[in-house]
Design a protein around this ligand. Structure first.
Ligand SMILES: CC(C)(COP(=O)(O)OP(=O)(O)OC[C@H]1O[C@@H](n2cnc3c(N)ncnc32)[C@H](O)[C@@H]1OP(=O)(O)O)[C@@H](O)C(=O)NCCC(=O)NCCS
Length: 161
């Protein structure tokens, strides 16, 4: 096995690499499979060409398996989204992506990191807590689900070392 590959279960995945504008369509496809209000490929392309935005990607069989994307402002950043292919979840991919991303943000001088997450999203909450995020606040009824019901958003934060 090449050193740039590691195995999670039976699926070979690449080491994390930087997200690029050409990933926009693949990001949109993964996002669409996971969220009630998907972002278009053109929106991802615009974000990925914005010099304030940074992200990491992991591939499996030369296709995007997961990605994380943040926007930075001076020494703060907000995680805009993180998605892992539905078929490749709970194999450590999200944790590996986010850990790589935290290192990149640290190297860029980011010391405060924020995000919003649906309070019913157990998988995302487990991932974020695993990597040291804690709750800073809540936005009541922030998310509108496909069925029209609303869910609260938790605001999480992490101080970078
Ligand atoms: C959130 C998400 C990125 C996690 O990716 P993943 O590759 O499955 O995560 P990992 O396998 O690295 O697991 C990370 C931690 O979360 C836990 N976890 C993952 N899925 C879980 C689930 N469905 N329920 C409970 N815990 C879960 C794992 O057990 C692990 O915790 P541990 O190390 O303490 O055991 C993935 O579920 C996803 O893409 N969800 C849809 C998009 C989304 O909701 N993004 C977040 C928006 S804020």
């Amino acid at each position: 096995m090449k050193s740039s590959l590691f195995r999670l279960g039976r699926q070979a995945m690449s080491a994390p690499r930087a997200l690029r504008p050409s990933d926009g369509a693949a990001c949109a496809a993964l996002h669409r499979a996971s969220f009630a209000h998907p972002w278009a490929a053109s929106e991802f392309e615009a974000l990925l060409t914005d010099s304030a935005c940074f992200g990491e990607a992991i591939e499996a069989k030369s296709r995007l398996a997961g990605f994380v994307l943040s926007r930075r402002a001076l020494d703060e950043a907000e995680i805009l989204t993180i998605v892992v292919d539905t078929r490749l979840r709970q194999r450590g991919c999200g944790q590996r992506l986010l850990a790589a991303h935290l290192s990149q943000l640290s190297a860029l001088g980011v010391i405060k990191l924020f995000l919003e997450v649906d309070e019913t999203n157990e998988a995302a909450l487990a991932l974020y807590r695993r990597l040291g995020f804690t709750q800073l606040g809540m936005r009541k009824g922030y998310y509108v689900k496909k069925d029209g019901l609303r869910a609260n958003a938790l605001i999480l934060g992490r101080a970078q070392t």
